[in-house]
Design a protein around this ligand. Structure first.
Ligand code: PHB
Length: 391
């Protein structure tokens, strides 16, 4: 009898612990942040996570009665197989409610079917190939698309007297998208494409391409390269091979003059005109507050860039969605909350298109200038309410 009583008591205690555990779990929303935290693209994950943490520092970490828990997973680079395995792991082992992060297109593409199968909302905080959002009904993108950013610079360049352009892009999703959107809009505005090259995503040697461009004497090169070692190498080659001295200008999407890498590229970037959705120099109270909170949260190793802004906005979108669902993580309810959502971002107003789940935003035309001794993308013209033109 005594033994039975003890066993029953132990059972009751275990049951109580389980219930308490369940209550605790109910009080938490787990976000699996899958991104590039090491390797050549390590700053992508670093900036995205820094942006997310900045939002939580500014706004607290409880929304709709649920506490946010971030679980980070490192893809180590452009590694679709690893990204897919990490997504499966974080869903089955860590029981996450939401997937987020994704700096690079191949990683986002590999995870899309996992999100669909597990019915997990997937918040894209950079990866910018147009097609990504069509790969799962659970994807929402708060960052940008290459066509969205490339079309305005094509139209601006043609309108401002640039007639002959050579295009150079990285040979994968976003580069191919940028090339197609630029050529289409530039030709439609009366421009001529002299020639086009695509450079490999891994370890490109720009020297032969730069020589070819120099020999064909365009007025400008249109460039898309993923920011980091590649953009640094490209600008160095452009300077060393005398393209600047030959009067060949650079026009690009703002990926080339990324705020996080701009100082490392140095003075040869002065005067480069780009189109983009975020600049650290954007003049607004929201951006000033964002930059201040970013430094308080993450220190000054990196200057906040477009990926940090998208991490911040992605976290804001998740917070707003949880408020709307009153803490429910039901995927259909969360997706309904994302659709049509409007946020006042550090980049200006943004909206999630309810049909495409892609971001609608202002694209700015900017020029690299020296401001208070630092290099910045100074905005001087804008194209409001830009959708991804392919959709
Ligand atoms: C991408 O892989 O989709 C990508 C990477 C870097 C960028 C933009 C897009 O700056």
């Amino acid at each position: 009898m005594y033994i039975l009583k003890r066993a029953l008591r132990a059972l009751a205690a275990t049951a109580l612990m389980l219930v308490a555990g369940a209550c605790l779990a109910q009080g938490t929303v787990k976000i699996g942040v899958i991104a590039e935290f090491s390797g050549p693209f390590a700053d992508y994950g670093g900036q995205i996570l820094a942006g997310m943490k900045t939002y939580l520092k500014q706004n607290g970490d409880v929304f709709g009665g649920k506490k946010i828990e971030l679980i980070t997973k490192d893809t180590t680079g452009a590694a679709p197989d690893i990204a897919k395995r990490l997504a499966q792991e974080v869903i089955t082992r860590d029981n996450v409610d939401i997937l987020a992060g994704f700096g690079l297109t191949p990683n986002a593409m590999a995870v899309a079917p996992v999100a669909t199968e597990a019915k997990k909302p997937m918040v894209i905080m950079n990866a910018a190939t147009s097609i990504i959002t069509t790969k799962s009904p659970y994807i929402v993108r708060v960052s940008h698309t290459l066509p969205q950013d490339a079309q305005p610079i094509a139209q601006w360049a043609a309108k401002n007297g640039v007639k002959r352009v050579f295009t150079l892009v990285s040979d994968y999703g976003p580069g191919i998208d940028a090339e197609a959107a630029f050529i289409k809009a530039f030709k439609a505005a009366g421009g001529e494409i002299v020639d086009s090259v695509r450079t490999p995503l891994a370890n490109p040697d720009f020297a032969p391409f730069l020589q070819r461009i120099k020999d064909s004497k365009p007025e400008a090169i249109f460039v898309f390269l993923p920011p980091g070692s590649q953009t640094i190498a490209f600008i160095k080659g452009y300077e060393e091979r005398g393209l600047k001295q030959a009067g060949i200008k650079i026009i690009a999407t703002g990926d080339l003059t990324d705020d996080g890498v701009l100082e490392a590229m140095g003075e040869p970037t002065l005067g480069i005109i780009t189109s983009f959705h975020y600049s650290a120099a954007h003049d607004s109270p929201e951006n000033t507050a964002f930059k201040k909170a970013y430094i308080e949260t993450n220190g000054t190793r990196l200057r906040p860039n477009f990926m940090a802004a998208a991490g911040y906005d992605g976290m804001a979108a998740i917070a707003e969605a949880l408020k709307k669902t009153q803490g429910s993580t039901d995927p259909e309810k969360l997706m309904a909350a994302f659709k049509g959502m409007k946020i006042m971002s550090p980049r200006g107003p943004i909206m999630i298109d309810p049909e495409t789940r892609d971001v609608v935003q202002t694209v700015y035309i900017r020029r690299v200038e020296k401001v208070n001794g630092g290099l910045y993308n100074v905005e001087f013209d804008k194209f409001p309410d830009q959708k991804d033109p392919g959709k």
